[in-house]
Design a protein around this ligand. Sequence first.
Ligand SMILES: Cc1cc2nc3c(=O)[nH]c(=O)nc-3n(C[C@H](O)[C@H](O)[C@H](O)COP(=O)(O)OP(=O)(O)OC[C@H]3O[C@@H](n4cnc5c(N)ncnc54)[C@H](O)[C@@H]3O)c2cc1C
Length: 506
Amino acid sequence: MRKFSRFVPIKLGLLIVTILLAYMIREHSDFWWLWVLGYLISISMLFRQEHPKSTARNMAEDALHLEMPDHGGEGKSVIVVGGGISGLTAAKYLLKAGCKVKLVEERSIVGGNNDPYLENGEHHSTTVIITLPAQQPHYLQLCREYGLEQTPHEFEDLKGTIAFGDRELNTKMGSGVGGFLKFIYREATMKELFDGFLIFYKFYRQYKLRPESNKSVADVLGKRLANSTVFTHFYMPWVGINTWCRFEDVTTQPAHVFASFIFEYALTLDIRDKTAKYKEDYWSVLDGRLIHKMRDDLLSNDNFSQHLNSKVANVEKDADGQLHVVAESGDRWSCDSVVVATQPAHALPMIDDVAPPILVKELEKWKQMDCYVIFHTDFSDIGNRPWLHVTHKNETTGKNYITNTIKPRMGDLNAKFLITYVYNTENYLDFKANKMDESTIVKLYEPKLPIFNLENSIDRNAVWREIDTECSDVFWTQACRSGLQYHNNGIVSSKRVVRQLLGLDW
Ligand SMILES: Cc1cc2nc3c(=O)[nH]c(=O)nc-3n(C[C@H](O)[C@H](O)[C@H](O)COP(=O)(O)OP(=O)(O)OC[C@H]3O[C@@H](n4cnc5c(N)ncnc54)[C@H](O)[C@@H]3O)c2cc1C
């Protein structure tokens, strides 16, 4: 017999609220029954049990506390390639365990995709804008350890906009499922509402009630819904921009990856870190202070050394089995183990001769996309709003593409800069030429992002546990290994790799 979850009283409470709500709004709207139907469907979804191999379960596993050893690495020398959050985390915990660590980074600063931009001593977010720290417990734990208080975006009372064709769908972000649905209910048509609920339900099922499978976004939605305006002009600019899903990825991005942004971060269903205090459970600024703290902490350790401006070309093993890391400059360093913490496409040519075949095969499954992060001061479209998501038509190719324009600290009405994300070179060129004032661009970042597809993102914890176990001296880690490539994914993956390197399991 199926067991009742301990949330049953809450669910019953919700049911009563729904009935009361129906009673209250019945005279105010022709569509009150649709609103109530949607609410009832949502509640009935909550009654269903989570599948043990679902994405929700993987996310819960990724949030579990991992004890990092303070011994076991004595006498071991390790080279970490790549100084993004993954490489910095690996270096930190290897040092903690007593290893001697050398970090090699090709750029002149560490931070990777989280590029902490400083201007006149003032710090501005660049590529990394938002997170709900309570949903990223490993990230939160590091912030707490370094005494970093969260800085919540103050957008509770401000509506952002999803440009919905020639209308604007104004909604508050971070105001919970109820508030969100209320705004949509008021501003969308009945057909859009119907399609919207259906899409919502299909993604929910894929995220929580089913095992991770090779069903793409398009497979799960079907042709009609995948082409509906509610998907192309609402879900894509809202969710696709955050799961790195361009229109051409709709047939290849697993639906559970797309869905995990909705239910893990946007309309959070389960709080992962139940100890989260005030400010830690709000959408907050991810502004690079963590990178600065980690960098300073590493540099203060006598067992640590770093080589910036050094691009690693290859990792080799000589006839005696000794590992060597070779930089493009010709520098060559020997070590007992290597942790490569770069994007898959950068790691593959470096380690394909020395890594176990199972790892090489997995890395081959990842392709990368061009991402443009425009740091600018063109406020003409966004005005006072904290964020603006838009689906545009490219004037040259005639195809749709999405952008997200955001204030580094959402809610800051006096923000000096804006950030716009746009994917693919042809779309960046179209946006810059036709959708903004190009002369306002202050800085441009061009991060590359690994693309989630149907080969590389299913049952990933089982896959990576097996691969890590096969690795003995050459390891690889990066945020994309564990679902969405957010900070938590980078940190937890590196912790797991460090444990494996020290002879412990995950
Ligand atoms: C536009 C954008 C928005 C984002 N928004 C968020 C967000 O809101 N919240 C969130 O949590 N995350 C966000 N992320 C994701 C987050 O930035 C990444 O998940 C994270 O930075 C990945 O860290 P990493 O260390 O795994 O990889 P990377 O940051 O890619 O670091 C890899 C490092 O390796 C170095 N490297 C590469 N090749 C070599 C070589 N041959 N030799 C030496 N060094 C090399 C690179 O220079 C880089 O420093 C965003 C990313 C982007 C691009």
